[in-house]
Ligand binder design. Sequence first.
Ligand code: PLP
Length: 408
Amino acid sequence: LTSFDAVPLAPADPLFGLLAASKADTFDKKVDLVIGAYRDDNAKPWILSAVKKADAILANDPNLNHEYLPIAGLAAFTSAAARLILGKDSPAIQESRVTSVQTISGTGAVHLGALFLAKFYPRPRNQEVYLSSPTWANHHQIFSNVGLPLASYPYFSAETKGLDFEGLQAALESAANGSIILFHACAHNPTGVDPTRDQWVRIAEIIRKKHHFPFFDCAYQGFASGDLANDAWAVRYFIEQGFELCVAQSFAKNLGLYGQRVGCFHFVSPPAPSAADANKRIASQLAILQRSEISNPPAYGARIASIVLNDEKLFAEWEDNLREMSGRIKDTRRVLFDRLGELGTPGNWSHIVKQIGMFSFTGLTEKQVLRLREESHIYLTKNGRISMAGLNSRNVEYFATAVDKVVR
Ligand code: PLP
C-alpha cells in the first residue's frame, strides 16, 4: 500500500495518443493530419530560412555563453515581441503601458496569464472564464488548474460551419459583468473560423458595456493570412479602443520553433496617468510568479527569435517564409475543395476554403473519422479537425477520394 493508491489513472492525451498511432502506421500512403505543425510539400518538418540564418549567426558568436537569462527573459526579444503583436507605433508601447514576460511558448504564456488572473483579478461575484465552444483543448486544463471556474460561449455553428455570432453575442451579454473572456487573436483552433472586423467591433462594444476582461491567445500571427499586421488586427483594435487586456503569444508556428518553446506574455494597462505605475506593480508580481514556476526562461529559441525580429533583412525574409507557409496551405485548401467538387462529394464544402490558418473543421463525424483511419490510414482528431499542413500536392487527391467514400 502506498500513500498514492487513490491516484486515478488519467486518460492518455488524446492528441498525442493519436499521433503515436499514426507514427506506428507504416502504410506507404498514410496521411497524418493530427498535429498543428507545418509540413512542406513532402510532408516534412520545415526549418524557416530566416531561422537557419539566425542560427548561423548565433553559432558564430564568440561571446555567447549559457548563463541564465533575466527572470522576465531576453529584453531584446520581449520588446520586439511586443512591437510585433501591438504594432511598433502602438500607443500602449509609447505610453509604457505594456509589461512583457518571456514564457515557455504559448502554453506557458496562457498559464502565466491564468495564474496572474487567479491571484489578482478582482472577482467579487466569482465570475467565470469564458472559453469558446469549441476551443484548444488545453485551455480547459490550464484555467481549471489555477482554480478559475470555466464557462463557454457558442462559437462554431455546425449548420453553417462558420461563426455562431448570434450565440456568441448572447453569451457575452448574459455573462456576469467583469467576466474574463478568452479569444483566439486569429486562426481559431480548432475551427479555422474568425470573426470579421465588423464582428470584432461589435464584440468590443459588448466587452466594454459588460466590463469584461479580454484575454487574447495569439498562436498564429502571420501564419494565418501571411500578413503579420492583418493577423494582429483584433488585438490592435482593442488596444486602440483603450481596453485593459492581456496577450499570450507563441512563436512555435510562425517561426517554426515548436520545440524551443519561445513565447511571451503581455499585459497592457489602459490609458491613464497611473498606467506606468500600474505596470510596474504588475511586472513585479509577474516576476514573482515566474520565479516560482521556472525561474528563468530558456535562452536559445529567444535568441533566434530576437535576431530575426530585430534584423531588418532577416525580418523581411521571415515575412517571405510566412507567405510561403500560409500560401501553400491556402492553395491546398483550394485543391481539396476543387477535388471534392469534381468527385461530386455530397454536401457543401465551401467552408474548406473559407476557414483560415492551420486547421479546418471539416464537419466529418466521429464515425467517418474512424472509417478514414481504418480503411485509408488517414489520421485526424475525432472532432473532424484536420491540420491543413499535413496535406500536399501528393496526398490531397488520395485524401479527397477517401473522404468522398466515407460521406456517401
Ligand atoms: N493556443 C492555441 C490556440 C494553440 O493552438 C496553441 C498550439 O497549438 C497554443 C496556444 C500553444 O502552443 P505552444 O505552447 O506550442 O506555443
